[in-house]
Design a protein around this ligand. Structure first.
Ligand SMILES: C[S@@+](CC[C@H](N)C(=O)[O-])C[C@H]1O[C@@H](n2cnc3c(N)ncnc32)[C@H](O)[C@@H]1O
Length: 293
């Protein structure tokens, strides 16, 4: 199997136009947040954020396969003591003007958020990962994301109530129900939509890198080996490095030449793998990335 890592330098609003329709399985990205990090790569005013992002999301909609998924890592900042509303406005505009489905929202809980004191709020220890799709039927390998049942099962399943032992139909008539006793003898359960991951401080060359575990979780959930992952705001190339390790093709776009060159030096453009049945990918975090940063 030949895997490619295609790293392009430039403004993603333009570079995305070079990619073919329906060619990407997963878009995973963290764009610049409104008005933040002006020192490093410029900021967009919260009032202009939606207008800036929509031409980009229009291209993302075009390049995403009908079965694909777009995960947008973003968090609105506080302006004059109030949360900005640009993320909500963006979701509404993408849905109403472009036809995206807002399928789900995951929370990244930053386990190692540093302590602090603010007069009117507590420290912010989470970010949004907003899931958009083109269709209600999209590729999702739920089994790949299963987690050990852990101690929850011992405590919760020890004293089952009568409703727990039968199928407990939804009280709102949704047709969904649960039978908790079904989980009695199982070792693994499906995860929740909250991801508990520490931020990583090993990245000295980029001020906003996310931890490798973040793209890894979504890549294993929404793609297969040999699929294509796109990060239009590549930064230090975390998504691309993880995609390469997980035997996925990837495309990264970065506007700052220094970041682009750094990732280009690190990741090989083409790698050849022998297809080994059920071998899986290397889920350990390689020292290589930690060393170069
Ligand atoms: C939040 S950072 C992404 C960090 C990345 N997830 C990582 O792990 O290193 C956003 C990146 O988008 C880049 N960027 C900003 N505007 C861009 C544009 N119009 N096209 C491409 N890249 C852009 C910035 O230079 C920055 O490196």
């Amino acid at each position: 199997m030949e895997l490619t890592t295609d790293l392009r330098l430039g403004d993603c609003a333009e570079i995305l136009k070079e990619l073919p329709n329906d060619s990407v399985d997963l878009i995973f990205t963290s764009p610049p947040y409104a008005d933040q990090r002006k020192q490093t790569y410029g900021g967009i005013h919260p009032d202009e954020y939606v207008a800036w992002f929509l031409p980009i999301s229009e291209q993302l909609l075009r390049v995403l396969k009908p079965t694909g998924t777009f995960i947008l890592n973003i968090k609105e900042k506080v302006v004059n003591g109030e949360r900005s509303t640009y993320v909500m406005e963006l979701i509404l505009a993408m849905k109403k003007e472009q036809g995206w489905l807002w399928t789900e929202e995951f929370i990244w809980h930053k386990k190692n958020c540093y302590p602090g004191k603010w007069p009117n709020r507590f420290r912010d220890s989470w970010e949004r990962l907003i899931q958009f799709n083109k269709n209600k039927q999209f590729y999702m390998n739920q089994e790949a994301a299963m987690v050990p049942m852990g101690d929850w099962s011992k405590a919760r399943l020890k004293n089952l109530s009568n409703t727990d032992k039968i199928r407990d139909e939804s009280k709102v008539g949704s047709g969904f129900g649960k039978n908790i006793s079904n989980w009695l003898d199982r070792d693994m359960a499906y995860p929740t939509n909250v991801l508990h991951l520490a931020t990583e401080c090993n990245n000295k060359k980029h001020s906003a890198a996310f931890p490798e575990g973040l793209p890894e979780w979504f890549i294993k959930l929404f793609t297969k080996e040999g699929d294509t992952v796109l990060d239009p705001f590549m930064g230090s190339g975390t998504t691309n490095a993880v995609a390469q390790r997980m035997k996925r093709n990837s495309i990264g776009i970065e506007i700052v030449p220094e970041y682009h060159a750094m990732v280009n030096n690190e990741l090989k453009p083409v790698e050849l793998y022998l297809l080994e049945q059920n071998k899986g990918y290397d889920s350990s975090f390689p020292n290589r990335r930690i060393e170069i940063r």
